[in-house]
Structure formats: structure tokens, C-alpha cells
Design a binder for this molecule. Structure first.
Ligand code: SAH
Ligand code: SF4
Ligand code: F3S
Length: 439
């Protein structure tokens, strides 16, 4: 048998990239590669990149620069760039950094083994097509290795929303859903291999409409199908768009016991003027009404959001609208970003907010959400909740798992095994996690 080669993959960006990296590693397994956790002994380095903000995209070039020495020592080393920077910048990457042998966009991963073979002949390989065929169908099935208790499963890709600030519709292409049968068979396979919690992924996961027999199924219908799988204990999904939050999905939050009470529902801004300029196609009032309906269905649901501050022409009054929306909703988790100009997007041509003003707004917003997060976390103390244990902690006997609400929970002297779902009483709330006792 030929020597196994070593593949080092570094993943940036969202969970969909995490999932894609796993699948690329599996596809390359079929081409004689096994993964390694250091670039130093690798025969191939693959950066799975993110283009969402300028900083994320620039990181790729500094990382590539660091591999120059390795490539000089080991000329056979292959270096590839995958993901959203690959899609957005294509050939330009090889021009800017000649050590790159291969550039592959997020919809062409199933062609990776062929591309690698081409680089073995000394050629460069580039593929940023959006091919007709489904990359997941063509990627080799996951090998039967045992898995940890949680897994991501991509069910939908791409975005048709074209928010004025965002590159995703350009880097990932149009909204496409995977067929129901494919998703279910992959989920069953994951469960057979030890997975107890699946997070369904999509750039707009609640826009899911997968073919099933003659018709289509919505995300809620897909969740009800997954609910029937024995051994699968928990279902989550991310990321949702407010405009795709359909009635059956809201209802499922109240009625499907495997669907966890956590919802990431980005709003970006609380100002109607800014929402309009962002092309979000929803306003503040419709978002707040939606939250109210979701809480009626599942009163204890933990809400999470994304916010952009310093979007072009955002005034202090617009920012205050975002702050009072946050106060009204009360988020258990939030991700906030300073607006970053992305070439080719509609907002790129517009006048910027002063950078130090934008930084100051980000600081104030993060202080508010940190306070809300802490209050919600503190309110968990004394409660008895279910924890799915995922790994051993840093100290002897300590185990770490997740609550239904996605809080990290540490339990000392814990007899629970990895993959066990157990009842825990929360005794303490820390900065980013809870401490509990096994009951
Ligand atoms: N599909 C998801 C999220 C996509 S990107 C959604 O629509 O909610 C993740 C987050 O990055 C976005 O929610 C947004 O808050 C942030 N983001 C996207 N483009 C950005 C930009 N140009 N500058 C700053 N933040 C941005
Ligand atoms: Fe980007 Fe908007 Fe699509 Fe989300 S909905 S991926 S923010 S364009
Ligand atoms: Fe980044 Fe692409 Fe995900 S731009 S956030 S890796 S879809």
C-alpha cells in the first residue's frame, strides 16, 4: 500500500465551513490522505476560508505567508485555499501568493481529489464553478468511525436575500436545499456512530424546502421526520432569517420535545431606516411581533442575535434604536460586529460612519448584551436541567456538556459518560459557563 499522506485543514468562519472541512477530509481520505493537526508534517495544507469581513479575508494572506518557509523546505507540499475567499478572489489568490497550488470554491469540493491529482503533476488547479451536481451527493459518504455526541449537518446552502452588506449570496450562490431522504440517511448514519444531537445548518436554514417524493418539505416537517429517529435526542438549527420563520416552525418549538429551546434569529439593527438600507425586508415591529409569537409557543426559549454597528449613515439615534430593541428582546447570546466594507456589495459605495464612533457603539452594545447574557445565565442557578456531556474538563473528574439552552455546563467529580444525557442542578454562574451537580 502506498504511504498515507497527511492533510492539515484549518477552518475559519461559520459552522458550515466546519462541516465542509469534515467532508473534505473524508473526500481526501479516499485519495490516500489522513488528517494531521499540525502543518509541520503535512503533505497538503488546506485553508477553508471566510470572506464575511475584511479582517477575516486578510487573515488568509498572513497565514499563507507563514507557510512560505515550509514550502521552501518541502517543495512537494501542496497548498490549497478553499471556502468563501477562494470563491470571491479565485485566481487573484495565486497571483498574490504564488505558493498556492489549488483554489477551490465552496460548491466544488467534490472535485478536490481530481484537483489534487492535477497538482501532483506540477500544475495549478482552480475551480470556483457552481456546478449543477450536488457536491454532497458526490462527496464520499462519511466513513463509519465513531463520532462525538454532537454533529453538524448541512441541509441548505446559499442565500437569495442580498442584504446590502453581505458577500454570502456571491460566495455561496443561490439557495439550494438537500433532499429529505439524503438528510435523513445522513442523520441515521450519524446516530449509529454515536451522535445524539444534530445541528441542521444552512445560511438560511429556515428557508429549507427539500424534495421528498412528489412534493417539498419545510424545515419543520424535516425536523418532525428527524424526531422519529431513535437515539437522536436533540435537534437544533442555525442560521434563521426572520422572514422565513414559518408558522409550522414556530409551532414545532412548542410541540417537538427534541427541538431545543434556542433560536439564533439575527436582526442586524433596530432602526427601520437602517433595516431598509440594509435591504433586510423586515422592520423592527415585525421582528418584535415575531419574537412575541415564538415566546408564546415556547416561553423559555433562549434567543440569540447578530448585530452590525456603524452601517453607512447610521446615526446615534439609529444606534439607540438598536440598543432599545436589545433591551426589549433580552438576548441570551449575541454576536456583534463593526460594519466592514465588502467589495462588490451594494453598501460598499456608501459613506462610512467615523471609525472611532463605530468602535464606541460596538463597545456599548457589547456591554449591554454581556449584561443580559449574565442575567439570563444567573437566573439558571438553582434550576434542574438536562445536560448532554460532550467532553472531559480541564480538571480530574470534571465533565463539560451543554444545556438545552446551549450554555456550557461544568460538573466536578462527575460519573456521567461522554454522550450521556443527565439531569444537573445548576449551582453557580461563571463568566461564560455554568457549574452544576449531577442529580
Ligand atoms: N445568514 C445569516 C448570517 C450570515 S453572516 C443571517 O442572515 O443572519 C453572519 C453575520 O455576519 C451576519 O448576521 C452579520 O451580522 C455579519 N456580517 C455580514 N456581513 C458583514 C459585514 N459586511 N460587516 C460586518 N458584519 C457583517
Ligand atoms: Fe448575508 Fe443577508 Fe443572506 Fe444572511 S440573509 S447570508 S446576512 S445576505
Ligand atoms: Fe464566512 Fe462564507 Fe461562512 S463568508 S461566514 S465562511 S458562508
Amino acid at each position: 500500500m502506498a504511504d498515507t499522506k497527511k492533510l492539515y485543514i484549518k477552518t475559519y468562519g461559520c459552522q458550515m465551513n466546519v462541516y465542509d472541512s469534515e467532508r473534505m477530509a473524508e473526500a481526501m481520505g479516499g485519495a490516500g490522505y489522513e488528517t494531521t493537526d499540525t502543518p509541520d508534517n503535512a503533505d497538503m495544507i488546506l485553508l477553508n476560508t471566510c470572506h464575511i469581513r475584511e479582517k477575516a479575508a486578510e487573515k488568509v494572506y498572513s497565514e499563507l505567508g507563514r507557510f512560505k518557509g515550509l514550502k521552501a523546505e518541502k517543495p512537494d507540499l501542496k497548498i490549497g485555499v478553499a471556502g468563501c475567499v477562494a470563491q470571491a478572489e479565485g485566481e487573484e489568490i495565486m497571483r498574490r501568493q504564488p505558493i498556492v497550488d489549488l483554489v477551490v470554491g465552496p460548491q466544488a469540493y467534490h472535485r478536490l481529489p481530481e484537483m489534487e491529482a492535477k497538482t501532483q503533476d506540477g500544475a495549478k488547479a482552480l475551480d470556483t464553478d457552481f456546478p449543477e451536481e450536488d457536491k454532497f451527493e458526490k462527496l464520499k459518504n462519511r466513513p463509519k468511525a465513531k463520532r462525538g455526541p454532537t454533529a453538524f449537518l448541512t441541509v441548505q446552502e446559499g442565500c437569495d436575500k442580498f442584504c446590502a452588506f453581505c458577500v454570502v449570496p456571491y460566495t455561496r450562490g443561490a439557495e439550494v436545499s438537500r433532499p429529505v431522504d439524503r438528510v435523513l440517511s445522513e442523520a441515521r448514519d450519524l446516530v449509529e456512530r454515536g451522535v445524539r444531537e444534530i445541528t441542521l445548518l444552512g445560511q438560511n436554514v429556515n428557508a429549507y424546502h427539500g424534495v421528498s417524493g412528489g412534493g417539498d418539505k419545510t424545515l419543520a416537517q424535516l425536523i418532525w421526520e428527524l424526531d422519529k429517529i431513535d437515539g437522536l435526542e436533540r435537534i437544533r438549527f442555525t442560521t434563521s432569517h426572520p422572514n422565513d420563520m414559518m408558522d409550522d416552525l414556530i409551532e414545532a418549538h412548542g410541540t417537538c420535545s427534541k427541538l431545543m429551546p434556542y433560536l439564533h434569529l439575527p436582526v442586524q439593527s433596530g432602526s427601520n431606516k437602517i433595516l431598509k438600507r440594509m435591504n433586510r425586508n423586515h422592520d423592527r415591529e415585525s421582528y418584535l411581533r415575531l419574537i412575541e409569537r415564538i415566546r408564546e409557543a415556547r416561553p423559555d426559549i433562549l434567543l440569540s442575535g447578530d448585530f452590525i454597528v456603524g452601517f453607512p449613515e447610521e446615526t446615534e439615534a439609529d444606534f439607540q434604536d438598536t440598543m432599545n430593541l436589545i433591551e426589549e428582546v433580552k438576548y441570551g447570546q449575541a454576536y456583534s460586529f463593526k460594519y466592514s466594507t465588502r467589495p462588490g456589495t451594494p453598501a460598499a459605495e456608501r459613506p462610512l460612519v467615523d471609525d472611532s464612533e463605530a468602535s464606541d457603539r460596538l463597545y456599548r452594545l457589547q456591554a449591554l448584551v454581556a449584561q443580559q447574557q449574565r442575567e439570563i445565565q444567573d437566573s439558571m442557578v438553582g434550576r434542574e436541567i438536562q445536560v448532554l456531556f460532550e467532553r472531559a474538563g480541564r480538571f480530574d473528574g470534571q465533565m463539560v456538556g451543554k444545556s438545552e439552552y446551549l450554555h456550557a455546563v461544568h460538573v466536578a467529580d462527575c460519573s456521567a459518560a461522554i454522550g450521556e444525557l443527565a439531569k444537573v442542578r445548576i449551582v453557580k454562574s461563571g463568566t461564560n459557563s455554568l457549574a452544576g451537580e449531577l442529580l
